[in-house]
Design a protein around this ligand. Structure first.
Ligand SMILES: Cc1cc2nc3c(=O)[nH]c(=O)nc-3n(C[C@H](O)[C@H](O)[C@H](O)COP(=O)(O)OP(=O)(O)OC[C@H]3O[C@@H](n4cnc5c(N)ncnc54)[C@H](O)[C@@H]3O)c2cc1C
Length: 410
């Protein structure tokens, strides 16, 4: 054991994935999550190319494949439901629009948590309230009152990262709103959605339905343009009001989908935004996942970036003997071009949906060869070092585990 104590903020995708790799490299890991438990819900997320290889190296390929959605593909429709275009899950070797590894965000989070819960300390219902760093460590005061010292602190606390605001500056400095808002919630499957995702788009708005493993329900997906989006990301009632207002008069099955808004047990709405920062670390504090480099849901790459970033961040810190300056620099050097390719795809996708409104210039015809090269860089554009010689206790299923614990203060 290196005995290096690392605190990770956020237990969604990036946080537990990082906890997996840090533990394997010999660190003692604590994860603090603001929510009282693992957060369920969210749309399906995808792992393509090199992110699939990270899942294999985690020893979780079987668990992830067993939990993935069984989506056969997607089709777009017109207002009367006539099929316009079809995409199959086995297009492009399983790395296409509907990826072969497609899993509900909440289910992937659960797989990663189950894998790490015995070797990692999880603190639910708490967050970092204050943090002071010196040359040798970081003193942390938790909102619930505890004070502890860590060697390193990593923010994996999402788009609206509290740690980023605390250490690097206000959210507005780094968040780039792309002019579009997305909402997801489950509805009774009165629409008889089977294994196909259905999507209706018109003039910067869209409505869709996707199948869920529980066939009695379907996932509703709505989007609209809003360059000035200003609703509090925690005020669910205000978000529902806004959604109802902006989707009013939209065709296809939209009124029937909206009729279930009040009764839905889950709801997620957020601006389509990216995080752009010059650097992802400051002294002994680093950032990972959406907190550091959100590429937006429209890139389809946020989860892949979080998984690959977790592998590289833990590997580089351990390879540098846990020296923060060297470890963070090597992580950033390798991740940045990969992040930039995914962010470019996110921006292009939003532009292709005419998010800037009816008066906007029509987008230029894409150069297909350049586009295919960009997609390839976004899927496979980073090498995964083997980290030969760096400690590795193996995946949970093959290694002796240290006892972990879970506390909830909520
Ligand atoms: C409930 C939910 C639903 C989502 N739904 C979708 C979706 O439908 N489609 C999509 O493309 N992406 C969705 N995302 C985002 C997606 O998970 C990420 O883009 C990607 O997987 C990278 O994950 P991440 O772990 O970096 O960030 P996130 O998945 O955003 O996770 C951040 C975690 O940090 C926690 N947190 C926030 N602030 C603090 C704090 N101060 N202290 C401690 N913990 C904190 C949050 O509760 C959350 O669990 C969703 C995220 C969440 C949390």
């Amino acid at each position: 054991m290196s005995g290096t104590r690392v605190l990770v903020a956020g237990a969604s995708i990036a946080g537990p994935a990082l906890a997996h790799w840090l533990r394997r490299r010999g660190a003692e890991v604590t994860v603090v999550e603001r929510a009282p438990g693992l957060r369920p819900g969210g749309q399906a997320v995808d792992a393509r190319g090199v992110a699939k290889e990270v899942i294999v190296r985690m020893g979780l390929d079987e668990q992830v494949r067993a939990t993935r959605t069984d989506t056969a593909g997607a089709y777009t429709v017109d207002a009367d439901g006539n099929v316009l275009e079809t995409y199959r899950a086995d297009d492009h070797g399983g790395d296409g629009y509907i990826a072969e590894i497609e899993i509900l965000r909440g289910d992937l989070s659960q797989v990663l948590y189950d894998d790490t819960r015995d070797g990692v300390e999880y603190l639910f219902g708490d967050r970092i309230a204050e943090l002071t760093q010196d040359a040798d460590g970081v003193d942390v005061t938790f909102a619930a009152g505890d004070r502890r010292r860590f060697d390193l602190v990593i923010g994996a606390d999402g788009l609206h990262s509290g740690l980023r605001a605390m250490v690097f500056g206000p959210r507005e400095q780094y968040l780039r709103h792309l002019g579009m808002v997305l909402a997801f919630y489950t509805v009774p499957n009165e629409f008889e959605v089977d294994r196909w995702l259905i999507d209706y788009q018109e003039s910067g708005r869209s409505a869709g339905l996707r199948p869920l493993p529980d066939a009695t329900r379907a996932m509703a997906m709505l989007s609209f343009t809003d360059p000035d989006f200003e609703v509090d990301h925690r005020d669910v009632e205000a978000q529902k009001r806004l959604l109802r207002e902006r989707m009013a008069g939209f065709g296809w099955w939209t009124p029937r989908i909206l009729a279930h808004l009040d009764a839905t047990p889950d709801f997620y709405l957020d601006q389509v935004a990216q995080v752009v920062m010059d650097r992802w670390s400051s002294g002994r504090v680093g950032l990972l996942g959406d907190a550091a480099f959100s590429s937006s849901p429209m890139s389809g790459g946020g989860t892949g970036l979080a998984l690959v970033g977790a592998y590289l961040l833990a590997g580089e810190l351990a390879a540098a003997g846990w020296d923060p300056a060297a470890g963070f620099a090597a992580y950033e050097r390798q991740m940045r071009p990969f992040v930039e390719a995914n962010q470019e795809i996110g921006r292009m996708h939003v532009q292709s949906r005419d998010a800037s409104g009816p008066d906007a210039e029509p987008p230029a015809e894409p150069d297909m060869e350049a586009l295919m090269q960009l997609v390839e860089r976004a899927i496979n554009g980073v090498a995964l070092p083997d980290y030969a010689g760096v400690p590795d206790s193996g995946s949970t299923h093959s290694s002796a585990m240290t006892a972990g614990s879970t506390r909830s203060t909520a």
